[in-house]
Design a protein around this ligand. Sequence first.
Ligand SMILES: [Zn+2]
Length: 294
Amino acid sequence: MPELPEVETVCRGLEPVMAGAAFQAVEQRRPDLRWPLPPRFTERLTGRRLLALTRRAKFLVGRIEGGETLVMHLGMSGRFTIAMGQNDPDLVGRFVYDTGAADVHDHIVFHMSNGVRIVYNDPRRFGFMDLIADEALDTHKLFADLGVEPLGNALNAGYLAERARGRSSDLKSFLLDQRIIAGLGNIYVSEALFRAGLSPNRRTKSLASKAGAPTERAERLVPVIRDVLNEAIAAGGSTLRDYKHADGALGYFQHAFRVYGREGEPCMTQGCGQPIRRIVQAGRSTFYCSACQR
Ligand SMILES: [Zn+2]
């Protein structure tokens, strides 16, 4: 499943070829993805310019000329492929895609006015696309309850303390709560807690003093959350560059994790070497070192 760094990488790959260009034609090859596509989906896009493409949590958010926003989510297996126009090979320069017969899982194709073709492929079809009126975006059910962006300035020790105060839940569940931090997923919570030296079982309220001020633990968490995400995004960026000789597919990359997926392997902290433990919290695996994380 794509996590925030992968969605950010996809956004950075798509933005230069989509923003500023118009949808010259849109091919919709089935009525639904995870949910039905919106009524008159292709008509509402065709002829309109995409003004800007950004990421919010794990959503790709494309503002369209005429007051609507295209919201896209990769689900479990969604990916975009950027196909260069045959006559304009230098337009982007990074992506080469020579497609053969149409893949049965190529569900949506955007033909942009700059000659670029963007193909959405999703074998499991847990992804979705929707068109939402600009003014309804903030109150839309997908966005209304989202917490702060983990890479934005709104995530700081003071914010964590304010939200953590008095909570008896465990730290892992707190950090995974999308109403607190939007888009932070299971893998990166495990990695951030390891780097901060904090146990996933620790009580959330220990991020705040009795008076509500951030504790040193809250101060420690903020930079490591940013670090684990930024390092993965940087790795994704290098994957993107490597793709110029491949097929231009955007969506997934391998990344080296320090605890995630390493159950039973020795802890990487110098002088530790304790086996990494795996526990299940709220149905999700947590990996941690019981010696380094307190
Ligand atoms: Zn350790």
